[in-house]
Design a protein around this ligand. Sequence first.
Ligand code: ADP
Ligand code: MG
Length: 896
Amino acid sequence: QVDRYLYHMRLSDDVLLDVMGRFQAEMVKGLGRDTNPTATVKMLPSFVRSLPDGSEKGDFLAVDVGGSQFRAHQVKVFDDGKQSSQLESKFYPTPKEVIQGNGAELFDYIADCLLDFMEAKNLKHKKLPLGFTFSFPCKQTKLEEGVLLAWTKHFKVRGVQDTDVVSSLRKALQKHKANVDVLALVNDTVGTMMTCGYDDQHCEVGVIIGTGTNACYMEEMRHIDLVEGDEGRMCINTEWGAFGDDGALDDLRTEFDRELDLGSLNPGKQLFEKMIGSLYLGELVRLILLKMTKEGLLFNGKVSTALLTKGKIEMKHVSAMEKYKEGLSNTKEILTELNLFPSEEDCVAVQHVCTIVSFRSANLCAATLAAILTRLRENKKLLRMRTTVGIDGGLYKTHPQYAKRLHKVVRRLVPTCDVRFLLSGSGSGKGAAMVTAVARRLAAQRQHIDATLAPFLLPLGTLREVKDKMRAELEYGLKRETQANATVKMLPTYVCGTPDGTEKGKFLALDLGGTNFRVLLVKIKSGRRRSVQIYNKIFAIPLEIMQGTGEELFDHIVQCIADFLEYMGIKGARLPLGFTFSFPCRQASIDKGTLVGWTKGFKATDCEGEDVVDMLREAIRRRNEFDLDIVAVVNDTVGTMMTCGYEDPNCEIGLIAGTGSNVCYMEDMKNIETVEGNEGKMCINTEWGAFGDNGCIDNIRTKYDKEVDEGSLNPGKQRYEKMTSGMYLGEIVRQILIDLTKQGLLFRGHISESLRKRGIFETKFLSQIESDRLALLQVRRILQQLGLDSTCDDSIIVKEVCGVVSRRAAQLCGAGLAAIVEKKRENRGVEHLQITVGVDGTLYKLHPHFSRVLRETVKELAPQCDVTFMLSEDGSGKGAALITAVAKRLHNVGQK
Ligand code: ADP
Ligand code: MG
């Protein structure tokens, strides 16, 4: 009979799944900028962005307002590696005249309680940080501020709504001369999550099922429209108690729910909470029993005065009656106290009513919690998720069956989540202290991180200095007296003109000096069918050959050429060859180049001081299989400039930002004191990577740059290159990460084996991590691949580190380039210079911000130059062929 009577309160799984779907939609509404103002589920940002990591420590105070009693707590958190803490609490009554009086009295009362507590604990002498647990919907704009939106539950204090409760508490504390510092306003759900989070790192949801009900969880920042920023997560206080206030649950609400609502302090509000919280369940049972009795279904139709009195049945009664193990004795006793003279059957029926009412509460809670869990799982893009729910509240804790039922239903509704329910032992007091502790830890951490990264933030003035110094070094390199000792070598290339479009023929090219060694066949057509066709093959150069003997290196190169000729079927043809050799070479003509010194990853013996063309010719001779006509030795910067120059005659600069960093440009012969003649121009390979080798930029080199330098193949050399190019940026990042970890600011202070490995952090990872489209979760996945087990906070820091390192690289490179374009402008003697820079290099091409920052810096530091950047298509292949073609043409002209 009862079952039939309360048919609407028994919810099938289908209905619960439907409720779950409705709540998912409500969450989305609450999070959206445009939909939030009219959303019933407010989804309030809590400004709690991090969970405890176990390194929190200190002494904290907390007050807790919003439950059935006021509470004051002292919490000691120990940083002893065992995650231990100590909690001492005192409870204070909540007199009706205080919780339904006026605001000033309320805050005075809270201050009084706190002072009493401090007195009792002898805490008056030291200034302690305090966390304020205030379990009502508050709109926060920061951690220590919150405007009350509305009272709920049994509270209704005048003059508090729409005001900041933290400043009210601060004022009251000042008036009482209490020596405390209110650092955080915390909802009880958040406190619960944080308390459990201290013991279980997986905890990312907090649920309260007590007087009222509410939940919070960690949401992705990019989904929270109401708070600036997209990085990381923030705890959202859902305020799910208001679910249904717009009628969304009307089909599930019964006449009893409606009657209960009408008799409450806040009619029409918190309709979901009123189906769940312990403040209401007893009353629901009373209303049901009353109606059943009136209809003659119970107690022989006799209604007692007690049954007519609001609030006569409380949650504790419901819980007691549902203790099945004790049979019907509790039920009988309680009903008798209500003057109801129950029969055995009445007792069975009433017990059943209680069960249906409390089971519905657990069911509904399970449905909304399932919605949150599903959202979390989807945010993480996981098919299965393991997570922990921190949970607290009198109903959950004391009702004999509630917890078990809730767990079971949740697991049934979301089979894709492995949920652990963790009871928050010490409740919201410890949680508030924990929030405060985390806030303090983060503030201290932030300071340390800022201090660590500060040397990478270069003010404009410093960048100008870099530009001026570069300019001075360029001049030293060009002047006869200073040339010998110059660090920026300014090497003449004997390339004196850019292509004129009449070049044609078939050429071979070699490209040595970067990540790959390549052999290319380039076919250039002139005239109306002007085009360039390229065939190439990439060959690996094993480390032992890069760093073996010179003979081995060149034999290997010739072996690769032989393979290529075979592969292309052109072994007999004696083609002209251009050799792109991207290391500093002192040239006496276009086909002679003496290696000044290896850079980047190369270190073969017996090469420095030798002519690389001779070494190549000898290796060909040693093999004695084919012959080649080596026409030109070409730097990759020059090849890049020539390739772009083929399309745009205004291109007189070539820039490489790849494994290494270098620039060439067309200089007036009259300025090149190291080469005879004053007519026309010649391309100068600056070899600016060595800028700073005399110590002139040591003021901006950090200890991390020095570490990278010391661990490199050529310590003390190529200092500028080591701050700006692909081979080193990842390594700088790795050095910073190690240091931050040592300081305990990252990876929980644990330096993993992989982080110790040189080169593990490649520059391509910077590009991936810094990509704007990448969510932090993917950053974590990348770090995971590197064997770095990171938290969400860690990944934010790693991203920040990558950002400052790549930004500095782009800025420094821009400062150098500004010096070059300014020099070109002065050479031409013009007010404004229009010029094109041909660029190659994977760092420039693939890094998400490098090229933009580089361009911005040049614009800022050389405002009189209008610089166009042109990406080179295969500069070192095509360019070498073009130079060879030009050289061949000029050579033939000379012979004629
Ligand atoms: P080269 O070795 O001739 O300079 P690249 O211009 O292709 O060749 O540059 C290769 C270098 O670019 C690599 O050594 C690496 O440091 C860097 N790199 C590779 N991938 C990326 C990427 N996705 N983003 C930024 N830098 C990268
Ligand atoms: Mg290259």
